[in-house]
Design a protein around this ligand. Sequence first.
Ligand SMILES: Nc1ncnc2c1ncn2[C@@H]1O[C@H](COP(=O)(O)OP(=O)(O)OP(=O)(O)O)[C@@H](O)[C@H]1O
Ligand SMILES: [Mg+2]
Length: 340
Amino acid sequence: MIQLLDVSKTFESKAGKVHALKHVNMTIEEGDVFGVIGFSGAGKSTLIRLVNGLEKPTNGRVFVKGQEMGELPKSHLRKMRKEIGMVFQQFNLLNAKTVYANVAMPLVLDKIPKQDIQKRVMRLLEYVGLEDKADAYPNELSGGQKQRVGIARALATNPSILLCDEATSALDPKTTLSILELLKKINHELNITILIITHEMNVIKNICNKVAVMEDGAVIEEGKVIDVFGNPQKEVTKDFVKTVIDDTLPEGMMKKLKRDRSNSSILRLKTIGDYGKNALLSEINKEFDITTHILFASVSELRENTLSIVIVEIEGTPIERERALAHIQSKGILYERMEL
Ligand SMILES: Nc1ncnc2c1ncn2[C@@H]1O[C@H](COP(=O)(O)OP(=O)(O)OP(=O)(O)O)[C@@H](O)[C@H]1O
Ligand SMILES: [Mg+2]
């Protein structure tokens, strides 16, 4: 649906060349809610501007629905842009126009008959929960309501793709969740593919099925959200995951644990989906001459799956502990030995 093939983008500035994107490869499939996360300056907005054809790649190719964006003649590009709705961090509403007129704008520009515009705008306002605000002006709305108007406007041309650049970054946590719920509904009910750019891991955790982590213009890690959250490889990814998934023992507890590991090991176990850790622990307690103590447990709901993390102390002789570990490994459960 959206494909970036070895895409680089270099800007010339007074201070020299800025390599905003470096050899980026990315495939976003129909129906995905694909998240791109990275710190400020990582190249996220540049990536979105290449997807909607506002910028051309310096090298590489960008395809949207099989069309190469950099190569389209202007008339085709205009048509393609109707397939792509944009949602912005600062909403980008016209303050002198009513909510109704803001949502109607893309349809007016498209010279759609007035009655059709009226029907469509009212349906969209109802869809985003703002049917009673049609005559209000943007400065009479809360941030969350403004973003709902932004989303309704982005949906006006009936796009098949929604690009969201930090759509929730100007909102408080509760409002963020309500906007994410709306985006989830749009993806699910209207079957719209969503590419969402963010620096908040919470956004990825709540609605994305796939994620790419960007650093300094390059994609450094990519995959299904559950895999990246369950087993992050790069330091930046680990730092992002830590912001939403707790997997460490409280400091006070760490201090109280014995340093001597000759009779026990401390393991961090991670399971994805149904395989309950409780069953695993009772299994190894029964089968091997060991005792287990749970020190910490957390369960995180991701969009399509559950990630459970348990930190457990296993007491027993080294041989019995190794046998228990081999059993855990044979179940395909991720584990790490923790040193205190
Ligand atoms: N038009 C431009 N001219 C020169 N440099 C640019 C231009 N647009 C972006 N850059 C540079 O490219 C790099 C990536 O910018 P980009 O806006 O894509 O980052 P970002 O990941 O969206 O950051 P943020 O989270 O702050 O929005 C930055 O170093 C930026 O200064
Ligand atoms: Mg940006």
